[in-house]
Design a protein. Structure first.
Length: 406
């Protein structure tokens, strides 16, 4: 029983026992109550909001686990157009004008939210923008002469699933700002495992390294739609479009890699990468963390297996090794690739290299000195090193040459 009703009931009992002598105090009490009611003429102001302090008339923020949700980490402001409202989200509705009243509204497990004196509304699955429009319209229809403000004050936790080539498949408790890479880390990360691949017409098998398909992750939504997630491209570019948020009930499925392409030479990270239909040479260079332009690019080659054979065809993509003219990358970056293609980008050897020698022993200043090939002589180096010491013996001097590798 609310505190105010309990106090009034007790007052009536004691006034009945006290008789006429207490009648004046009862009338005063009733009159005082009427004056207090006149301060809030609309019935909506008399109804407590969810989690509202009944004695102070002020809405309180969630406590316990709900309070922890208000401190969920975010990498950017919530976008009302893309944020999807769901059970246990907490909204703050504030009405002002003819009366001032805050309401703390929590979406219940059925996806509904209750606004006292206005009604119950199903908002789960709506964007935050659509939710605000729906609730504002309903309140405005009930109280046309008031101002309305609705904001998200606490995000919910929910369940999503990870299956396939991860260390720990299963369900995971996450929140609306969790991205695909985050939930895969919760699942222990990718599983790069050795699988047994049966040989044709043989009972035995051979161990083959089957890397996970980090560019072909499937994000499957509850409505049956899905989208492909390319985490390798996200890590190469930082574009969050390749690492979307996970929604309530989503399934993240990680498969094994089906096809690969390779790139070597003037890139920052040589190696083998997962191939997706439509990939171009420019996409492959992006996955390899871009071009390494420390040396002029002279030529590019595409090694492509002839269909149905293990014979590779070498296709010159541009440039001329003999002329040593720099390759124009923009003319080849749109070339489409095929599974198992290999790209080699050649650079000019010994470009702006520093030729040095090390001099040690009986000289005044031992150490490394720069030379000009074909010009600098041993005598020049001894002079650069400050000359010989008194203990020097030219009979025991040696020149040790190492092989220069391009």
């Amino acid at each position: 029983m609310p505190t105010s009703i309990f106090a009034l009931a007790c007052a009536l009992v004691f006034c009945g026992l006290a008789g006429p002598a207490s009648a004046q105090s009862l009338e005063s009490l009733i009159k005082l109550g009427e004056e207090e009611v006149k301060l809030q003429p609309l019935s909506a102001s008399d109804l407590p909001a969810l989690n509202q302090d009944l004695t102070s008339g002020k809405a309180s923020l969630p406590s316990g686990l709900s309070a922890d949700k208000t401190r969920i980490g975010q990498d950017r402001d919530i976008d009302p157009d893309t944020y999807i409202v769901g059970p246990n989200d907490v909204l703050q509705l504030y009405i002002w004008g003819e009366f001032d009243q805050p309401y703390t509204l929590q979406v219940n497990p059925e996806g509904n939210v209750l606004i006292p004196t206005v009604g119950s509304f199903h908002i789960s699955g709506l964007s935050l923008t659509a939710t605000k429009e729906r609730l504002s319209t309903a309140v405005q229809n009930k109280y046309p002469n008031v101002g309305i403000s609705i904001s998200l004050v606490s995000m919910r936790f929910f369940t999503a699933y990870v299956t396939g080539a991860v260390l720990n498949e299963g369900s995971f408790t996450i929140y609306p700002t969790t991205r695909v890479l985050d939930i895969i880390k919760q699942a222990g990360g990718f599983e790069d495992r050795l699988q047994r691949v049966a040989l044709q017409d043989q009972d035995a098998g051979e161990a083959t390294n089957r890397n996970t398909g980090r560019r072909s992750i499937q994000l499957i939504h509850r409505d049956g739609t899905s989208e492909r997630v390319d985490l390798d491209m996200f890590l190469a570019t930082g574009d969050l479009a390749h690492n979307p948020y996970v929604r309530m009930g989503d399934v993240v499925n990680v498969s094994v890699r089906k096809h690969s392409v390779s790139i070597f030479g003037a890139v920052n990270q040589e190696g083998e990468y997962e191939f997706l239909p439509g990939d171009t040479l420019g996409d492959l260079v992006t996955l390899a963390k871009g071009l390494n332009r420390s040396k002029p690019m002279i030529s590019a080659e595409l090694w492509r297996f002839q269909e149905g054979t293990d014979q590779a065809e070498v296709i010159e993509l541009g440039g001329a090794k003999e002329a040593l003219e720099e390759l124009d990358y923009e003319t080849i970056r749109h070339i489409e690739l095929r599974p198992n293609d290999a790209i080699f980008i050649r650079t000019q050897s010994l470009w702006q290299s520093t030729h040095t020698v090390v001099i040690s022993g009986e000289v005044r200043f031992q150490g490394r000195y720069r030379i000009e090939p074909g010009v600098t002589r041993i005598k020049d180096m001894v002079v650069a090193a400050g000359g010989l010491t008194d203990e020097a013996s030219l009979i025991g001097a040696r020149v040790i040459r190492t092989k220069v590798r391009a």
